[in-house]
Design a protein around this ligand. Structure first.
Ligand SMILES: C[S@@+](CC[C@H](N)C(=O)[O-])C[C@H]1O[C@@H](n2cnc3c(N)ncnc32)[C@H](O)[C@@H]1O
Length: 322
């Protein structure tokens, strides 16, 4: 695969393709809910010359790049702009009421992080933005300049996984600073994080958790993921697989717990001698532990360091509320 300066190296590429296509059913229709620059999708379409792929992304620039990267597959590719939480609606738009494989490689792509204008990274100074979809109203600047201290504290604690003490200190400092002058750049916020959180013994740069928290809030990332998982299960054909690659523990926990719940054999309260719930498992967990990058991949692509890949296979056709 040729890489340009504006491309994204797909993480865990061969492990993802092997797991996604390794189910017990033939794969004819695939959804890539995070098509990005089209890296994983290209590998899938190359491996399966008859398959069709629906690629979704909420970022116009990503879709443009995916269009170029996947042009070789012609009419087998369908690209749509929007959120992966709406994958049932996008599939229905193609007349698909079921699919054989669904991939979510969540988070941001290298072009998004590396472009200072997008405001995702505290390593480059740029506007405080962080929107994957640049037409949406909620930006990081809006949150930092308008949310009250209690809301900021909650976001820093829940989405940034900060200790409550740090979350409160940072929220109060943000509110005090913006009374003098509103925040407009990533650099201004990063500097405040350095000042406020300086004394704590941390292994991460001070702004890391603050920027993680804001990005999750701006893009509604955890709700998107929960809804996409719930939608993916009824859409998958029996024997079809769902693969999710996540990049931090909040996301990975959601995926792990969802797979576990769907793979449960009984939902009766503990102590009941005979099962009365009638629950049947809907998914089989394929990856007991998440798949992570090996040393060779890490040498070529350090961004794969946090990636965790989990896969599950659909077991039953029974319609079930999930
Ligand atoms: C890590 S990149 C995917 C890279 C892709 N697998 C590749 O190989 O090029 C994640 C992409 O998902 C998109 N994205 C993240 N959350 C999304 C959501 N809820 N709905 C649609 N797209 C989303 C981002 O805009 C980004 O382009």
């Amino acid at each position: 695969m040729t890489e340009t300066a504006y491309s994204h190296v797909p993480v865990l590429p061969h492990q993802t393709v092997d797991l996604l296509l390794g189910g017990s059913a033939p794969v004819r229709r695939i959804i890539d809910g995070t098509v990005g620059c089209g890296g994983h999708s290209a590998l899938l379409l190359e491996r399966l010359p008859e398959a069709e792929l629906l690629g979704i992304d909420r970022d116009d620039e990503a879709l443009a790049r995916a269009g170029e990267r996947l042009a070789f597959a012609g009419s087998r590719v369908h690209l749509r702009k929007g959120c992966f939480s709406e994958l049932i609606e996008f599939a229905a738009g193609l007349g698909w009421d079921s699919v054989d494989a669904i991939l979510l490689d969540i988070g941001v792509s290298s072009p998004q992080i590396d472009d200072p204008k997008r405001g995702f990274s505290f390593r480059h100074d740029g506007p405080l933005d962080m929107r994957m979809d640049r037409s949406s109203e909620r930006s990081a600047s809006r949150i930092v300049n308008r949310y009250d201290a209690a809301s900021l504290q909650r976001i820093f604690r829940e989405y940034g996984e900060m200790e409550n003490r740090d979350a409160r200190k940072l929220a109060e400092a943000v509110v005090a600073a913006r009374e003098k002058q509103a925040f407009s750049t990533t650099g201004e916020l990063a500097e405040l994080c350095e000042q406020v959180l300086r004394t704590r013994n941390r292994s991460l740069p001070a702004p890391t958790l603050c920027f993680q928290a804001l990005r999750i809030e701006v893009n509604g990332e955890l709700e998107e993921l929960k809804q996409a998982l719930r939608s993916a299960v009824p859409l998958l054909n029996p024997g079809g697989r769902l693969c999710v690659i996540s990049f931090h523990s909040l996301e990975d926990r959601i995926v792990k717990n969802f797979f576990r719940e769907m793979a449960e054999t009984c939902k009766c309260p503990p102590g009941i001698p005979v099962c009365v719930c009638g629950w049947k498992p809907v998914l089989k967990i394929v990856t007991k532990h998440p798949v992570t990058a090996d040393a060779e991949e890490l040498g070529n692509n350090p961004r794969a360091a946090c990636a965790k890949l989990r896969a599950a296979e659909k077991l039953t056709t029974e319609g079930r509320e999930v």
